[in-house]
Design a protein around this ligand. Structure first.
Ligand code: FES
Length: 177
């Protein structure tokens, strides 16, 4: 038989500290579950501010024109087979030649630094391809690009060099509707 002296009073208030503790544990559990789910798809906290990189390939090709799905978020995609880089920055999408404009070395995307870098002589470029520093004497070469339905079409035969046609180079991008 229970000792009446140890039984809680029928009208006692619930412990507010216990209620807060329960809510806190629930939120911590939810945060942990979210972190595990993001880790499972390869997301790291550094990606939150970086533009992620992924490999891609053309959906279709017609002569020198290669078709890609319009990137749905900021990031960099590299199509090694066709030597094309796609970069989405905000609402703008650019297509670049993979080759460094200095001596044609394949460029790399340094997500943590938010820039392209040439592994040979360390020239660096912004996500829109504009030159930052290094031995190169111009920005990354852009390809003519246009929107076609849900895709972008890149003409790898229509390369635009900044030093030869600056006005055209500046216009070589598409705006996401
Ligand atoms: S080949 Fe890229 S900077 Fe020289």
């Amino acid at each position: 038989m229970r000792d009446p002296a140890s039984a809680p009073a029928a009208n006692a208030n619930p412990c507010s500290a216990c209620a807060n503790s329960g809510r806190r544990d629930f939120l911590l559990d939810a945060l942990r579950a979210g972190a595990i789910a993001l880790a499972a798809i390869g997301f790291s906290p550094a990606d939150a501010s970086a533009m992620p990189l992924r490999l891609t390939s053309a959906l279709a090709a017609s002569g020198t024109e290669k078709s890609y799905a319009l990137p749905s978020a900021d990031g960099v995609q590299i199509d090694k087979e066709n030597e094309v880089i796609l970069s989405r920055v905000g609402r703008q999408v650019y297509a670049f030649a993979l080759a460094c404009p200095h001596q044609n070395t394949a460029l790399r995307w340094e997500g943590g630094d938010h820039r392209f870098q040439c592994p040979k002589h360390k020239s660096t470029y912004r996500p829109d391809g504009s030159f930052i520093e290094g031995r190169a004497t111009r920005s990354m070469d852009r390809y003519a690009i246009r929107l076609v339905g849900p895709n972008v079409v890149v003409d790898v035969d229509a390369i635009v060099q900044e030093d030869l046609d600056k006005a055209r180079w500046l216009q070589a991008f598409v705006s996401v509707p």
